[in-house]
Design a protein around this ligand. Structure first.
Ligand code: AMP
Length: 281
């Protein structure tokens, strides 16, 4: 039976069990990607805690905080099916009893690029709420999706740099059969926008093919951009980043990260690749 707690006090009582605690932080509207995280979390002897919290701190003033899907009953059914031990679903007042915190987590240089550039304050909001969840739940392990590769890298950095002692367990991106990465925001897409959004996975695959043929970083990026442009998506960025530091990558292991908008819906995706080609000069 999945238990549900909504306050810090209830959480503390519910967590007094032996064995490792594994936290899966989410914003709810659970889909097959989240299910994969919940399955990766489960192992004999572990207590699996899923948090469901739409964190106001990580939404910009023009973003979709108000229309972000909230489907708690369906989410609890998913957690029950995936044998989650405990769901922590706090209100904003429980998480931020004194309002927005004045002390927050500074994401460092990796947090100012890509998503951080297009969503100012986003990673401060994410890392602050993740740190608070770590403090409240005290997990041994926390599970994060590679779908949000920059977030994964920053959470790893935070756990290491601030000696949080939480092992970060990554889970590969779960995709629909046609390749579109599953996201809670996909439900905003019209039929034609969803078709156009397929240019994201196509861009990643085209770029990966160029990289494995020994193409230069510029050629890898150009291949991705051509796919996105052909679908008339509004591209925020196409970039090669070091998987750990998220600084620009020109050789060796890299993440190709893309962000683009289909209509008003902003989508991100990424793929790991190996850069062996020389940079163009
Ligand atoms: P969210 O609820 O969108 O904040 O995501 C919660 C967690 O689920 C994050 O660690 C995401 O990276 C992960 N996640 C979201 N979508 C996917 C997906 N399609 N595949 C794998 N992980 C995902």
């Amino acid at each position: 039976m999945t238990g549900v707690v909504r306050t810090r006090a209830e959480l503390r009582t519910a967590l007094s069990r032996p064995g490792p605690i594994v936290l899966v932080p989410t914003m709810g509207a659970l889909h097959d990607g989240h299910r994969e995280l919940l399955r990766a979390a489960r192992a004999p002897g572990r207590t699996v805690v899923a948090s469901i919290f739409v964190n106001p701190l990580q939404f910009g003033p023009d973003e979709d905080l108000d229309r972000y899907p909230r489907t708690l009953d369906a989410d609890l059914a998913v957690c029950e099916e995936e044998q989650v031990d405990l769901v922590f679903a706090p209100s904003a007042a429980q998480m931020y009893p004194e309002g927005a915190p004045s002390v927050t987590v500074h994401p460092g240089p990796a947090g100012h690029r890509l998503e951080g550039e297009f969503r100012p304050g986003f990673f401060t909001g994410v890392l602050t709420v993740v740190l608070k969840l770590f403090s409240l739940v005290r997990p041994d392990i926390a599970v994060f999706g590679e779908k949000d590769a920059q977030q994964l890298a920053l959470v790893r950095r935070m756990s290491a740099d601030l000696d949080l002692g939480v092992v970060i367990q990554p889970v590969p991106t779960v995709r629909d059969p046609d390749g579109l990465a599953i996201s809670s925001r996909n439900r905003y897409l019209s039929e034609s926008e969803r078709r156009a959004a397929l240019a994201l996975p196509h861009a990643l695959w085209a770029a990966a093919a160029v990289a494995s043929d020994g193409g230069s970083p510029e050629a890898v990026i150009a291949a991705a951009r051509a796919e996105l442009d052909s679908a008339h998506l509004a591209v925020d960025y196409v970039a090669l980043a070091d998987p750990d530091s998220f600084q620009p990558a020109v050789t060796g292991p890299a993440v190709l990260a893309v962000a683009a908008r289909a209509g008003t819906t902003r989508l991100i995706d990424n793929i790991r690749l190996e850069l062996t080609g020389a940079a163009d000069h």
